[in-house]
Design a protein around this ligand. Structure first.
Ligand code: BGC
Length: 806
């Protein structure tokens, strides 16, 4: 052990207390042992360091920081160099604000467009997500701050996120849900990782030895620290034994006592505790040294400029009929839509940044060479009809040559803590759009939305820009693109399906029971649409430019693929070339094609470049559930190069020999998976895929400390059901107001045990047991346990504090 000398002078009480947080964001310091404390902060696209008292979801404002585009946006740039620059900029701000661990990037897979947190995640594809995450990690860590990729793993649903079991077969787990993390760890060299709230195949992510030990530490060689998501620890002792270091945020000393009791009873060994303490000491000491003499400020303007570049490179041009864009100089335009005045540039929840400034289209448009006939908000944000504003907008539209319409998802549509129930934008925006279409045929739409939306109205527009959530400098980026000052080069990092019903997990998401069954297996996003032949509106990898590119001269060898791209238009531009790999008629089922490489290439008008995309250890592999290893099937692999998943322009092939003769599946038993038609997978077939019975996820009997508060609907106690009704009413009221109440959402979805895990020692697990008894209708027994537990907890806390003082 690296810090044997410190460890041997620590008491068991000190060791156990060290392995959980001191407050909302800090680790415990032990001054007499020379152990400092380190500070963690959200979040993925800007620093959310709270100046005053810390709270979980940002009731207290945080210090001003640059609000960069969110991960869903940046992934559309397909530019790792940009990701690294962003990471460096984030790292600099973290350092300036005294933050040692930056809680991001988030890279969970967009299993369904409905996940409320998709705006914080990169992609539906693990390779793209992993590459982008690794670039952030490299950038952040180059500045002396540790990055914390999250949420490890299989955390693709917000509803009851802390009380849910993701049931997924081993191959899907490896190929879809872990590959991104593998890249972030191996290529990004991430030094911390955040364990997710959910269970994975019946074991909480934070105590899942298969995830944390076998895969993360043993296979991938992770040598950093595992931090629990806030309140994600269930059994701290099992977590420590599995390889989790730090329980956050502030469970008080009850958790430390649990750890000591586990060592004393032989449930876990002292060696496990020492190993976790050693790893955590390494992080705490290294980070404190790196932060010595740190700058206490950062260049706000320079960082704003980085945010603007990032927004520009991530904007996607979805359509452009009659070359209506870029706007000609002096074009006579009307600017319509509330988003032009109050931009929607970030999402809600723990990632909410207090921006250093926010630019708006309404303020900046005047400085461009445009003849603006007027600006109108057009619709109101609360979804209600506003006749006067609508009329104002329609009058303006009638007087303009071109209408620029700014619209999309409102604040209440997507947020941490809730999933969407549909993919539509508010009806009042659609109604205005239809009327605008009656008075002006030249509509240009500018969408702000952090996730995929249904666009049955897209034919109203001649041109459409999708900006996702583009950060505080987004307005300038949009105007640069509209006017041709910048050439769009973003490409979709997720598919835009035609309708929710077409999405692969439609019948399985979100889980209504304790278990979320990943029946669609590998068929996530384009992997499904391509294989099952489901038409989509805009495919994965798609995006237009103001110039055109020609691909030619493919050559494939053992090491990779080379080809040339020519910019055949008359403006400079960048193209994202994508390499997909497939094995037609393979013996092991697989999607028709999978992304295995990409390159963003900048080309001057008329320029030609040779592009090489190398193969790597992921190009041909699949996870064999019989050999329990990555294997390669023999055959003639198709190497497909294209400008999107649906537009393959060059193909070649390469022969590979097999690494095993052991076949993982019997084809006849897995018809749905071999055809890709996974919309209605039967229990029998899913069981075959899982290789074990499907766990029973039904809610029944008494509630336990791991059930979510919203499950009090089933409570035997009338008092608990009353509390449930009050909470539900509050939630409904907040939902209707248009601004989700994050704390209510958090409480609604959290399990009872979180009361002990997040209250700085005020509540112990014994008291939680009392509360659960009460909820289950054992009023007096429950009350007795709560009161007795309270007295015992206070006494034990005092005694423990005395032991670790100094
Ligand atoms: C979120 C994490 C976040 C943490 C701290 C949790 O609720 O899931 O992503 O880093 O809170 O704010």
């Amino acid at each position: 052990m690296k810090y044997q000398d410190i460890i041997s002078s620590m008491t068991i009480e000190e060791k156990a207390a060290f392995l959980s947080g001191k407050g909302e964001w800090e680790t415990r310091n032990f001054d007499k042992l020379g152990i400092p404390s380190i500070f963690c902060s959200d979040g993925p696209h800007g620093i959310r360091k709270q100046a005053g008292a810390g709270d979980h979801l940002g009731l207290n404002a945080s210090l001003p920081a640059t609000c960069f585009p969110t991960a869903a946006t940046i992934a559309n740039s397909w530019n790792e160099e940009l990701g690294e620059t962003l990471g460096e900029t984030l790292g600099e701000e973290a350092m300036a604000e005294g933050v040692n661990v930056l809680l991001g990037p988030g890279l969970n897979i967009k299993r369904s467009p409905l996940c409320g947190r998709n705006f914080e995640y990169f992609s539906e594809d693990p390779y793209l997500a992993g590459k982008m995450a690794a670039s952030y990690v490299r950038g952040i860590q180059s500045k002396g701050v540790y990055a914390c990729p999250k949420h490890f793993a299989v955390n693709s649903q917000e509803l009851r996120r802390m009380a849910m079991n993701s049931v997924v077969d081993e191959r899907t787990l490896r190929e879809i849900y872990l590959t991104g993390f593998e890249i972030a760890v191996k290529e990004g060299k991430a030094k911390t990782i955040m364990s997710a709230y959910n269970e994975v195949n019946g074991v909480y992510a934070n105590e899942n030895k298969h995830l944390l030990k076998d895969i993360l530490r043993d296979e991938w060689g992770f040598d950093g620290i595992v931090i629990t998501d806030w309140g994600a620890s269930n059994d701290h002792a099992l977590g420590v034994a599995a390889g989790s270091n730090l329980e956050m945020p502030n469970p008080g000393l009850d958790s430390a006592r649990e750890l000591i009791a586990a060592v004393e009873s032989g449930k876990i060994s002292i060696e496990d505790v020492d190993a976790r303490v050693d790893e955590l000491l390494d992080a705490v000491i290294t980070l404190s040294v790196k932060a010595k003499g740190r700058p206490e400020d950062f260049d706000k303007n320079a960082h704003h400029a980085v945010a603007r570049r990032a927004a520009t490179e991530s904007t996607i041009l979805l359509k452009n009929e009659d070359k209506i864009l870029p706007l000609k100089s002096g074009a006579k335009v009307a600017i319509i839509g509330d988003f032009a005045f109050v931009p929607r540039y970030q999402g809600a929840g723990s990632s909410l940044v207090n921006p250093t400034k926010v630019e708006t289209v309404a303020e900046l448009a005047g400085s461009y060479d445009l003849q603006i006939v007027g600006m109108s908000r057009g619709y109101s944000r609360n979804g209600k009809e506003d006749a006067a504003t609508k009329k104002e907008a329609l009058d303006l539209a009638a007087r303009a040559d071109i209408v620029l319409f700014f619209f999309g998802l409102n604040e209440d549509s997507e947020s941490e803590g809730m999933d969407r129930t549909h993919m539509r934008i508010p009806q009042n925006q659609i109604e205005l759009l239809q009327e605008l279409g009656q008075v002006n045929a030249n509509l240009v739409g500018v969408i702000s939305a952090g996730s995929a939306i249904e666009m049955p109205w897209h034919h109203y527009f001649k041109a459409l820009l999708h900006c996702y959530l583009n950060g505080q400098a987004g307005a300038g980026a949009v105007l640069d693109i509209l006017t041709g000052k910048a050439n769009p080069s973003g490409k979709l990092s997720e598919t835009i399906p035609r309708r929710l019903e077409d999405t692969p997990a439609y019948r399985y998401y979100p889980s209504r029971q304790r278990t979320s069954e990943y029946r669609e297996s590998l068929y996530v996003g384009y992997r499904y649409y391509d294989t099952a032949d489901i038409p989509v509106l805009y495919p994965f990898g798609f995006g237009l430019s103001y110039t055109s590119f020609e691909y030619s001269d493919i050559s494939v060898n053992e090491d990779g693929v080379s080809f040339t791209i020519k910019n055949t238009g008359d403006v400079d531009g960048a193209e994202v070339a994508q390499m997909y790999v497939g094995l037609p008629n393979g013996k092991v089922f697989r999607p028709e094609k999978e992304l295995k490489g990409f390159a963003k290439v900048f080309l001057k008008a008329g320029e030609i470049k040779t592009v090489t995309i190398p193969f790597d250890d992921k190009t041909f592999r699949y996870f064999n559930v019989k050999t329990n290893k990555w294997e390669i099937e023999d055959g003639k692999y198709q190497i497909m190069v294209g400008s999107s998943s649906a537009n393959i322009l060059l193909t070649g092939d390469v022969l590979k020999g097999e690494t095993t003769e052991v076949m993982p599946y019997v084809k006849e038993e897995l018809g749905a998976y071999y055809s890709g038609k996974i919309e209605n997978v039967s229990d029998a077939e899913f069981e075959k895929l899982l290789g074990r019975p499907i766990p029973d996820g039904k809610w029944s009997g008494e509630l336990s400390s791991n059930d979510a508060i919203c499950q009090m609907y089933y409570a035997k106690s009338g008092l608990a059901r009353l509390a449930y009704n009050i909470l539900t009413k509050k939630k409904k009221k907040a939902d209707e107001s248009g601004v989700p109440d994050l704390n209510i959402l958090f409480i609604y979805n959290m399990p009872f045990r979180a009361m002990a895990k997040m209250t700085a020692g005020a509540v112990s697990m014994e008291m939680v047991d009392g509360i659960v008894k009460l909820v289950n209708g054992h009023f007096f027994g429950g009350l007795g346990t709560i009161i007795g537990g309270f007295i015992r907890n206070s006494k034990k806390n005092k005694a423990y504090e005395a032991k670790i003082k100094g």
